[in-house]
Write a protein that binds this ligand. Structure first.
Ligand code: SF4
Ligand code: FES
Length: 213
């Protein structure tokens, strides 16, 4: 990466994600993806050269407008004795880390009150929250909200799912989109999210596939 260029992702309502500053990018198979000083990554889901843009967004009339039927972007607090867990369902990319790693705390069948902060070991619960790629989960100890880590800028391509950004890669678009955490967030690359540019798990519903990555 050019040490002078702060990594960022820049895009408008109708075009691809323009990633500037060549942060490290790895696909779900662990293969490093070539990134130039400016790299266009597909966000419409139709490129034949994924993860790169091949211009397909123009042919399919892609639009990044949010769907009014989307799940509300709203943070809900689940208070425990010492630990409060905050959750924004509107941006969850549903990779399932929370329910896999701390099933006693995150009980997906008990919606809407599905988080039980006192059920687990606090340290382990915090470690699980810190693995949440989308920023949907964060926590409070006392009154201080903790949601950002301090990682090197990088992008991971989730299998048949979103682009997972970490490390304070600045997001700049023409809609003033603001991720739940500016340190990490997941951007839709299937074209189906109702909450674009953020992933909302629609990739599963539309059965998005990218076998190569
Ligand atoms: S994105 Fe976060 S909240 Fe959603 S399933 Fe994954 S870990 Fe859980
Ligand atoms: S990649 Fe998750 S909704 Fe599009």
């Amino acid at each position: 990466m050019n040490k002078n260029q702060k990594p960022m992702v820049v895009f408008d309502l109708y075009g691809p994600y323009m990633v500037v500053g060549a942060p490290k990018c790895v696909n779900s198979k662990g293969k490093e993806i070539d990134m130039g000083p400016v790299t266009a990554l597909c966000r419409c889901g139709h490129s034949k050269d994924k993860p790169y843009c091949d211009g397909s967004h123009s042919k399919v009339d892609f639009s990044g407008v949010k769907n009014p039927d989307r799940r509300e972007d709203k943070v809900v607090e689940f208070k425990g004795k010492d630990l409060t867990i905050l959750d924004n369902r509107g941006v969850c990319s549903a990779d399932g880390v929370c329910i896999r790693e701390s099933p006693e705390v995150f009980q997906k069948d008990k919606k809407p009150m599905w988080i039980f902060p006192d059920n687990g070991n606090m340290r382990k619960t915090i470690e699980t929250i810190e693995k949440c790629p989308s920023g949907a989960l964060s926590y409070k100890i006392g009154t201080q909200r903790i949601q950002d880590l301090n990682r090197q800028p990088a992008i991971k391509i989730a299998k048949n799912g979103p682009l997972e950004f970490v490390g304070w890669i600045e997001l700049i678009d023409d809609q003033e989109s603001c991720p739940e955490s500016k340190e990490h967030y997941t951007l839709c690359r299937c074209g189906g999210s109702k909450n674009k540019p953020f992933c909302d798990n629609s990739h599963k519903k539309i059965d998005f596939k990218d076998e190569k990555n």
